[in-house]
Design a binder for this molecule. Structure first.
Ligand code: ACO
Length: 271
């Protein structure tokens, strides 16, 4: 289905959502939040989709919230602002963060403010070395809110987080990789290839197991060690019950058939 603010392409079990407001540097207006909510439901339901990539059209990844359409124009329209905010939180923190499939952000250019919230909740991120990434809120007279401060602080060392939050100075993709805000940074012409490399690796894995890995990781962040041990044990047992014990195949392929070494590669879970 065509969207006003997004392009969606599926190829070889990899779905790419491209934010498509290049004239506005892919700033997120209310319509983009509504579109993302719907698009992510589609991605979750699409049985053919094994990996989701999100990127931006033109020279931008995403210039944060559309400061005019999202903030300024809705100032006197509380119901419209509430609807847009609810949609923003819904797609970023529920539908994307908890999507039971791997997600990769391909940070191709300008990336500011609210974009760092959903950059942080993607499972992986690869940046162009020349991308420009910043928490520019302080430059506007506002604070990084809506979860941005918390999520960025959870990824960065406190000194780096406060440097970005309080100076508003942007960093490039290479610095973002050094600070571990992204997994890696590559020359701009290698970005698509680097993202595809991760996606292809993920496609080899058992998708049910990947979904469990991710859910366990996300929930673990809020648990004590005792609770996490109980939760992980329960999820392991659940996976064992519903996952048709495909790990038995792994043991057989390793110990009897000697066709693979689990430390170095993935078992044939489909066989
Ligand atoms: N909201 C609304 N419009 C935007 C935004 C945005 N966040 N970012 C860019 N635009 C618009 C510009 O106003 C301009 O519109 P116009 O053509 O109608 O005049 C168009 O996109 C192109 O932007 P330019 O500024 O002309 O492009 P340039 O390449 O010179 O600069 C840059 C790009 C650095 C991204 C600049 O546009 C910028 O600083 N944008 C704001 C980034 C920001 O601070 N985002 C955080 C917002 S706060 C939050 O997310 C919570």
């Amino acid at each position: 289905m065509p969207y006003e603010t997004l392009l969606i392409e599926s190829k070889d079990q990899i779905t790419t959502i491209t934010l498509n407001r290049p004239k506005s540097k892919n700033a997120m207006n209310p319509q983009m939040h509504f579109d993302m909510c719907e698009a992510l439901v589609g991605v979750e339901r699409d049985e053919d989709c094994r990996v989701l990539v999100i990127t931006g059209a033109g020279d931008s990844f995403c210039a944060g919230m559309d400061v005019k359409e999202y903030f300024y124009d809705t100032e006197e329209k509380p119901a419209e602002r509430a609807a847009a905010r609810k949609a923003a939180f819904e797609w970023m923190f529920k539908r994307l963060r908890l999507l039971p499939k791997p997600t990769i952000a391909a940070v191709n250019g300008w990336c500011f403010g609210g974009a760092l919230a959903w950059l942080a909740v993607c499972d992986f991120a690869v940046a162009s070395e020349t991308a420009t990434i910043g928490l520019s809120e302080v430059n506007w007279g506002i604070i990084p809110a809506g979860g941005v401060t918390k999520l960025v602080s959870a990824m960065l060392a406190p000194r780096d987080a406060l440097y970005m939050i309080m100076t508003g100075r942007p960093i490039n993709g290479k610095q973002a990789a050094e600070m571990r805000l992204v997994n890696s940074a590559v020359p701009p012409e290698k970005l698509a290839e680097a993202v595809l490399d991760i996606a292809e690796e993920l496609k080899k894995k058992n998708p049910t197991v990947l979904a469990y890995c991710k859910e366990v990781f996300r929930v673990d962040q809020n648990l004590t060690l005792e609770d996490a041990i109980a939760w992980e044990t329960a999820k392991w047992t659940e996976l064992d019950a519903i996952g048709k014990k495909t790990w038995h195949k792994g043991v057989k392929q390793f110990k009897q058939e000697r066709t693979f070494r689990p430390g170095l590669e993935t078992y044939e879970w489909k066989k």
